[in-house]
Ligand binder design. Structure first.
Ligand code: ZN
Length: 276
């Protein structure tokens, strides 16, 4: 283990453009449990899961009713306000501050990377603390709107101040496409990086799971036909996994090596090794 931490620190020191991908695993140590885990919110409340599956269809059909419900019923994700970033989040933020990491792409919607000090964060699946215009993509903070007043005066859904498009919570719902700005920017980062730190994600949810595979493929130069995204073919990328268990990335040889353990334990040790 110590050898692998030293190896990761050495690889990060050499990297020209390192990025991190993070998933649910980095937030479990903050007390956010997988929705479907035995103690998860959806396991305890199947009605919440059904609502989550139906939400996007409902929004498309009638945004006003969708908003009315989401302001009245309990939050499908539980309470994210009282959770705090953990040592893993702070280590990622520190690596950005040290100039080692250039970008974090996260599957999490909990805003904990931003709260721990990370600046260049791509919320691949949206952010539970933002609203998004479905026409122009502009993000807003919910505090910029008096949603209850809009509800009480029959003026839902909230509308974009720039283009008058309909707003939705930024968080990406089931069956909803990934916001195109987040998808494009993430793909460019995956093609640009020469080191990818994959933290706390089994990388099985697509299209997020494409990102490490795209980075790996550019090393071999196979599978690229899109002129817009032609990477420096043959450029070498190092993919380091930090996960509690081996994942398909480990098994398919997408990652170079796995440091097995909790991100809240491993990431601070890497920061220590890289700054020491
Ligand atoms: Zn707009």
């Amino acid at each position: 283990m110590e050898g692998l931490i030293e190896r990761a620190a050495a690889d990060l020191s050499k990297a020209r453009y390192a990025i991190a991908l993070t998933g649910a695993g980095i937030s479990t140590e903050s007390g956010i449990h997988d929705f479907r885990a035995p103690d998860g919110i959806w396991t305890k409340n199947p009605d919440m899961e059904r609502r989550a599956y139906e939400a996007y269809g409902k929004f498309l059909k009638n945004p006003a009713i969708y908003w009315e419900e989401s302001l009245t019923l309990p939050d499908m994700l539980g309470d994210l306000h009282n959770i705090q970033p953990n040592a893993g989040h702070y280590a990622i933020a520190k690596m950005e501050e040290l100039g080692i990491l250039k970008c974090v792409i996260t599957q999490n919607v909990d805003n904990l990377h931003q709260r721990s000090g990370s600046i260049n964060v791509i919320d691949y699946h949206g952010n539970a603390f933002k609203l998004r215009c479905m026409r122009c993509g502009r993000r807003y903070f919910p505090e910029e709107y008096d949603l209850m007043l809009l509800k009480d005066t029959g003026k839902l859904p909230p509308r974009c101040q720039k283009c008058n498009g309909i707003l939705k919570q930024d968080i990406v719902l089931f069956n909803e496409p990934i916001p195109s700005d987040a998808a494009d920017k993430s793909l460019k980062e995956a093609l640009k990086c020469d080191l990818m730190l994959v933290c706390g994600t089994s990388a099985v949810v697509y299209p997020f799971a494409d990102l490490p595979r795209v980075a790996r493929q550019k090393s071999t130069g196979s599978g690229f036909h899109d002129i817009m995204y032609t990477p420096e073919l043959g450029s070498r990328v190092t993919i380091i996994e930090i996960n509690a268990e081996p994942t398909p990335l480990t098994e398919e040889g997408v990652s170079d090596y796995l440091i097995q353990g909790n991100t809240g334990d491993i990431l601070p040790r890497i920061v220590e090794a890289v700054s020491g």
